[in-house]
Design a protein around this ligand. Structure first.
Ligand code: F6R
Length: 369
């Protein structure tokens, strides 16, 4: 069943090109326009949406954080991302013009389900992005956009995460198309970039030998930090979560810009730090800001493990290791950058002799609040 892999998780990491490709499949018409006719929310309602609130837990919430950057950029609609259990127990400002997007692999997470009910009681429309057909959250939502990752067996989410991010891109592009924020050819151009992602994810997997080697050497590590900016920030958070849950190693993800506001005090000689570097071809000074963050921590003795885009030579002088990933538009890059971090956590936990598919204290779907 594991198809020759040491664990379901390792197999599911390898399934990721398919998970993304299958989630994209069949969602455009012959003219290349997005058709999400499964989204049974009236077009007039979607045109009038003035706020999007993403509710989810854990890894699914990090997919929501990536979605925020993409949807705000493409649609100019404000997007909030909130942990479902926090949303549920405050008095959230949502109304008929709010689109609530509930993201869940299992479709059974009780915290997310309760938040869905709460949102609908306030009059919001709820769109579920879910992987498991016939589960509860889609049944209780106004509409569902399924991710097609296939069954995810390992407790730690990998391919469902990539499929969730992909589905939110589709949603964002669909809203942009519907509301006229983007011209059809612009939407088509992003879609073409998106369709190129499965091959690029495959390349990252094919190149993962070095990250596996490093992970095995680091089996005794006590703490690992993860830094990223912009869409690299949720990638850093996800990298830290994977390491905590699989390898029981203390790990934290930070926004790289926060370093000087506190976390840099944690840096001491030998501290391993993963840094997710944005494309040097991207907008603004994002890339150079992250490169100077690497310099700052390196100067304090950090062991820098850098994830950068092919051709980015600027990071080399300050990196103990560089894991290169193929070039991609900044907003789509999380689909690549997170893969070495998944592999790292999986391999390190395996090297420690742990059960990566069934980490202690965790269940695949959390059906209690
Ligand atoms: C982490 C992980 C969890 C889930 C979270 C939500 O690897 O698997 O953080 O992402 O419990 O679960 P779903 O997506 O089923 O609602």
């Amino acid at each position: 069943e594991k198809g020759g892999f040491a664990s379901f998780m390792d197999k599911e990491i390898h399934d990721q090109p398919h998970a993304v490709a299958d989630t994209l499949l069949g969602r455009t018409d012959v003219r290349g326009q997005l058709v999400l006719d499964e989204v049974r929310i009236d077009e007039s309602v979607l045109r009038a949406v003035d706020k999007i609130v993403v509710i989810a837990c854990g890894t699914a919430a990090y997919a929501g954080h990536v979605a925020k950057y993409a949807i705000e950029h493409w649609c100019r609609i404000p997007v909030e991302v909130e942990l479902a259990h926090e949303f549920r127990y405050r008095d959230p400002v949502v109304d008929e013009q709010t689109l609530v997007v509930a993201i869940s692999q299992s479709g059974e997470t009780m915290d997310t389900l309760m938040a869905v009910r709460h949102a609908r009681e306030q009059g919001a429309k709820v769109l579920a992005i879910v992987n498991t057909h016939g589960s509860t959250i889609p049944r209780e939502s106004d509409a569902v956009l399924y991710t097609h990752a296939g069954p995810e067996i390992a407790v730690a989410s990998t391919k469902a995460f990539l499929a969730q991010i992909t589905a939110t891109y589709l949603l964002g592009l669909y809203l942009a198309q519907l509301r006229g924020n983007k011209f059809p050819d612009e939407v088509a151009a992003v879609l073409a970039e998106l369709r190129a992602m499965p091959d690029k994810i495959q390349q990252v997997i094919d190149r993962s030998g070095r990250v596996r080697e490093i992970a095995r050497w680091m089996a005794d590590t006590q703490s690992v930090l993860f830094l990223g900016r912009h869409v690299g920030f949720p990638v850093a958070m996800e990298g830290a979560l994977k390491l905590k849950e699989l390898a029981y190693i203390h790990a934290e993800g930070f926004a790289a810009g926060e370093l000087k506001h506190g976390p840099i005090a944690l840096i001491e000689p030998g501290q391993p730090v993963f840094v997710v570097v944005p494309s040097p071809r991207g907008r603004d000074s994002l890339h150079s800001k992250v490169v100077s963050n690497i310099q700052e921590i390196r100067a304090r003795g950090a062991r820098t493990l850098v994830i950068a885009e092919d051709g980015d030579e600027a990071v080399r002088p300050f990196a103990d290791e560089v894991f290169y990933v193929p070039q991609a538009p900044t907003l789509l890059a999380p689909l690549l950058a997170v893969v070495p971090l998944q592999v790292f956590a999986c391999e390190l936990a395996t090297a420690k002799g742990l059960d990566v598919d069934q980490p202690r204290n965790l269940a695949k779907s959390v059906t209690v609040e």
